[in-house]
Ligand binder design. Sequence first.
Ligand code: PLP
Length: 347
Amino acid sequence: MIDLRSDTLTQPTEAMREAMYKAEVGDDGRTNPNGVGEDPTVYALETFASNLTGKEAALFCNSGTMANYISLLSYCKRGDKVLLSRKSHIFRSEKAPFMKGLFGLIPVFYEENNYGIPDLNSIEQIIDSEDIKVICLENTHNYYGGTCIPLDTLQEISLLAIKKAIPLFMDGARIFNASVALNNSLKELCMPVDSLTFCLSKGLGAPVGSLVCGKSTFINKARSVRKLLGGNMRQSGIIAAAGIEALQNYRVRLMEDHRKTRMLTEKLRLNSLVTIDLNKVQTNIITVDFSQSGIKSNQIEKDLFRRGLAVKRMDESCIRLTMYADINKRQISEAAEILNKYIFEIS
Ligand SMILES: *Cc1c(COP(=O)(O)O)cnc(C)c1O
């Protein structure tokens, strides 16, 4: 089986396993007099993350979902309004923030183009007429196919948010992919936002973990919310050690994934029924659109699975192919062959 469902499928490398084995650990659920957790390896990872993103502090969490929850709950309480993308991971996949019986926040959506780039005028209109507690961005944007929000757009939104004194948050689960694709440093891309989260467990290849990054006061709040949600971990330096290793060579690692993505895209033989919007292929994700073929994506998922290729359905008629470290050239050729045969048969 060639499994292209997600970059969360990455297996930890030998170097990560070695680092985990040797990690010096402590009880991260307890804080020392400086207010940081007592696990030295977690603290080293948090320091590394805050330096990379140019933020004052960082907090290690067990998942991107948890990191996003912690961020939202650090800014908002029940009934507060959150301005975000209607196709955001937070709204579409995570859901809990907006469930009445859970966190009870109210979603408000800005307009965006076909690539998930928020419309500045729409944001301005909304924040002028509604009491918005936090503005959320997603970079890269998962449901739009791993598209990047460019630096100038981030800066424009940032100026607006500063002018209106509304915090700007970024779900940067794949912000490292954006940094590589846009050729901007991570710091540059994080500068416009007040806080962000990113995942170690996707293309970066670590087995577990995400970070929340932001101002010290925000991270202190986030630390207490993490505890409330049951997110405190104990000798979590064991997993943080793999995270540190994952961050060492991220640029090389992800450039390779993006190269493989272009390679697979070029090998596909598409037609008028099965298409790819090449402008969406910016990072490690390919979205294949079958809408003109009339075949539904859950059927396509099953058909391809039977032929040895696992893909992920994104909506009614689109599937996603995702590249990551463990996929080799031979598998890319095989995946292309399986897809091309299938496209030929249904056309
Ligand atoms: C994967 C993802 C998350 C959640 O991360 P998990 O570690 O799977 O909980 C959040 N936001 C985006 C955009 C993602 O792609």
